[in-house]
Write a protein that binds this ligand. Structure first.
Ligand SMILES: Nc1ncnc2c1ncn2[C@@H]1O[C@H](COP(=O)(O)OP(=O)(O)OP(=O)(O)O)[C@@H](O)[C@H]1O
Length: 257
């Protein structure tokens, strides 16, 4: 990483223990990672290794025991109350609200102006490819469409940082690949900083400008691998030798080769 650039996110030797007394569980032992504004970083690691814990610490939803977590820099000041958008594996849409009203929810909670928010929601519906679906209810949508709504909802308040925790984990393989391409397109248009947690090694390589590899119990940074494949990325790149080399390197680090 260029030493001249002040990172947007800086995690230094972060440690997290759940519970107390004899019931302690060391979930994250030592995570260090710098991320620049506008980067899309994948975080990959086996189940239970602490990926969601790292995201929750960044979202300010849980505390950490040791180390330092800084978000924001001189060019990009960060307001923890409104600069984060989150997308989870479950879309968490409210079934009694239409697509547009689900997308508007964070804007309502933050008390943002109604007319502007509605215009922005319509722009986002267009961005995620759901024109014409604004008045549908979640049950009328496919899994991929529901996750598109979740992505639009995470962007409605124009946050600087999007945290994604296995957002496509519940989708079938073909829809997941399609959503990977959609996410890349949305990222390139929106210029957001995105942290993308996944179990999927090829998904991590396809999306990330870097892949942070966490090893299991407790989470430790095994590597931070720059993925030097050009953007825009395509599914065809998955057949390239270079792509296979990155995947093998990660499988090796995870002891799965
Ligand atoms: N609230 C909690 N109390 C106690 N232990 C917890 C709590 N939340 C998570 N853990 C433990 O901390 C470890 C890390 O959990 P975390 O959910 O961060 O892993 P993960 O890598 O995101 O897993 P997965 O990929 O399966 O979602 C696990 O061993 C988990 O059992």
């Amino acid at each position: 990483m260029d030493a001249q650039i002040e990172p947007f996110i800086s995690l230094q030797n972060v440690k997290k223990i759940y519970g107390s007394g004899t019931n302690q569980h060391l979930a994250v032992s030592d995570v260090t990672l710098d991320i620049n504004a506008g980067e899309l970083i994948s975080i990959v690691g086996p189940s239970g290794c602490g990926k969601s814990t790292v995201l929750m610490i960044l979202a300010g939803l849980i505390s950490h025991e040791d180390g330092q977590v800084l978000i924001g820099n001189t060019d990009n000041p960060f307001d923890a109350n409104r600069d984060i958008g989150m997308v989870f594996q479950q879309d968490l849409l409210l079934k009694w609200r239409t697509v547009i009203d689900n997308i508007l929810l964070p804007a309502e909670l933050l008390g943002l102006p109604v007319k502007e928010s509605r215009e922005r929601a319509l722009d986002l519906i267009n961005l995620v490819g759901l024109d014409g679906y604004e008045d549908k209810y979640p049950k009328q949508l496919s899994g991929g469409q529901r996750q598109r709504v979740s992505i639009a909802r995470s962007l409605i308040h124009d946050p600087k940082l999007i945290l994604m925790d296995e957002p496509f984990g519940a989708l079938d393989a073909l829809t997941r690949e399609k959503m990977n391409l959609e996410l890349l397109r949305i990222w390139e248009k929106s210029q957001k900083t995105i942290l993308f947690v996944t179990h999927g090694i090829s998904e991590a390589v396809l999306l990330g400008s870097r892949v942070a590899v966490l090893t299991a119990g407790p989470a430790r940074m095994a590597a931070n691998i720059p993925i030097e494949l050009p953007y825009p990325r395509t599914l065809e790149m998955k057949t390239h030798e270079e792509f296979g080399k990155y995947c093998r390197e990660i499988y090796d680090l995870l002891g799965m080769a």
